[in-house]
Design a protein around this ligand. Structure first.
Ligand code: CAA
Length: 389
């Protein structure tokens, strides 16, 4: 029989600060029900000045390296759309912070929020060629829209780290991929901008078209029928969209889309993203983490995963939960990462957003603010200096 390949371990971390949507609503005069019910968002993670995609990525991956050791990791693939350098892969800093051995290849991949799913597929191929090796896949992003724009309420930040291996403890990647690419300008970020540009309504339409398109391709390639899935993890730029996505999927299948069905399939996946906000590449993997931790009856069950990256590329895959998965989960550490964030008021959030790091290469030390294990300590000669905190 073919060796099972999939996710052996899964861990996520977020930032040290949190802005609650009640506070955002108070400051901009929005009815908070729009955020809670209309978008399904309650809070957003906000980075301190010394946190970025590298520090989050290393913090997310550290528990994996501690549990399994570094020796079998031969590849690190870091997916992000909020990269810190146009040339050097952020994963090289992570490799260094984690003390991984030199005999490792490290690359960065990008296709908006979809990148980590591509990384997962690359990892599966590498493990297929050499089943002794493990691949560290990391999704790390900080989402930023213009201040006072409609997207602002959907910001967030997190990193998810996955160890991909043969004979995985958590999830086996099974069956075909459903793929869907369409050249659309729904969301993008030119190199000279720190914040994304977005056509909000068009982005939702493009996303929902991709749900239908990738599902149809999945089925055409012999994928499982709707009834075989216990739950569906959708990319969650805001959690309400996952429910809309599932409704669209059910309609594509000609199935009943009543509230109970939607709740059963989607509600166990949204808990972390409701309070972390959009973590772009990491979002669908926070949904996956949530469902594994929320449901106690998943041994051998199938979960659907829909990954969407604006621009746009989408993929639908099925994963089968491995018997005994529960004893490998990290629910306490994840609840702690989310619960330990320090609440800030709107003025503090705005101050952090308006703070710009120097771009002239001058020496600049950052205040120690993070509560995480790694920090961006300084900038010097156009270089970023990271350290264990
Ligand atoms: N009580 C309850 N609900 C309310 C409400 C109230 N007082 N006021 C408004 N609502 C509801 C609205 O009826 C609406 O619901 P429906 O979607 O069911 O119609 C919902 O709240 C949102 O209201 P609006 O449409 O008026 O919201 P908006 O104009 O502020 O924009 C948005 C919403 C377009 C999603 C905006 O937040 C945005 O641009 N976000 C960034 C882009 C994004 O996340 N796109 C998702 C697809 S793209 C993608 O997936 C990639 C990615 O990660 C970015």
């Amino acid at each position: 029989a073919e060796t099972a390949i999939g996710i052996h371990d899964l861990s996520f971390r977020t930032t040290s600060l949190v802005l609650n949507h009640c506070e955002l609503a108070r400051s901009n005069g929005t009815d908070v029900a729009k955020y809670h019910k209309g978008l399904g968002q309650h809070a957003m993670s906000v980075p301190t000045a010394d946190e970025d995609i590298v520090t989050m990525a290393a913090a997310a991956a550290l528990p994996l390296v501690q549990r399994h050791g570094p020796d079998r990791i031969r590849t690190v693939v870091l997916a992000t759309e909020s990269s810190i350098d146009q040339s050097k892969a952020a994963g090289v800093y992570v490799h260094s912070l984690l003390g991984l051995p030199p005999h490792v290849r490290v690359v960065e991949v990008k296709q908006a929020c979809y990148g980590a799913t591509a990384a997962l597929q690359f990892a599966g191929g590498l493990v297929h060629r050499d089943p002794d090796q493990q691949v560290l896949v990391i999704a790390s992003d900080i989402s930023r829209y213009d201040l006072d724009s409609p997207g602002e309420a959907t910001q967030g930040a997190a990193a998810a780290a996955m160890l991909v291996s043969a004979d995985p403890a958590l999830l086996e990647l099974t069956g075909p991929s459903g793929l869907f690419t369409a050249d659309v300008m729904d969301f993008w970020r030119p190199n000279y901008r720190a914040t994304a540009l977005v056509n909000g309504k068009e982005s939702v339409t493009a996303y929902l078209n991709a749900v239908e398109g990738s599902w149809r391709d999945y089925r055409a390639r012999g994928g499982l029928p709707l009834e075989d899935f216990r739950a569906f993890c959708y990319h969650q730029p805001y959690t309400r969209l996952a429910f809309k996505a599932h409704r669209a999927l059910l309609e594509t299948c000609g199935a009943r889309a009543d509230d109970d069905v939607l709740q059963q399939a989607v509600a166990p996946t949204t808990g972390y993203n409701e309070t972390v906000g959009n973590s772009y590449t990491a979002s669908v993997y926070l949904a996956l983490t949530a469902v594994l931790e929320n449901c106690s009856d998943l041994d051998g069950r199938t979960l659907g995963l829909f990954s969407y990256g604006s621009g746009s590329v989408a993929e639908f895959i099925a994963t089968q939960v491995r018997p005994g998965y529960r004893s490998h989960l990290r629910a306490d550490a994840h609840r702690e990462a989310v619960g330990a964030r320090q609440p800030i008021d709107y003025e503090t959030y705005r101050g952090l957003r308006l703070q710009n790091l120097p771009t002239d290469g001058s020496w600049y030390e950052l205040p120690h603010q993070t509560r995480g294990p790694f920090r961006l300590a300084a900038l010097r000669d156009h270089q970023r200096i990271y350290e264990a905190a």
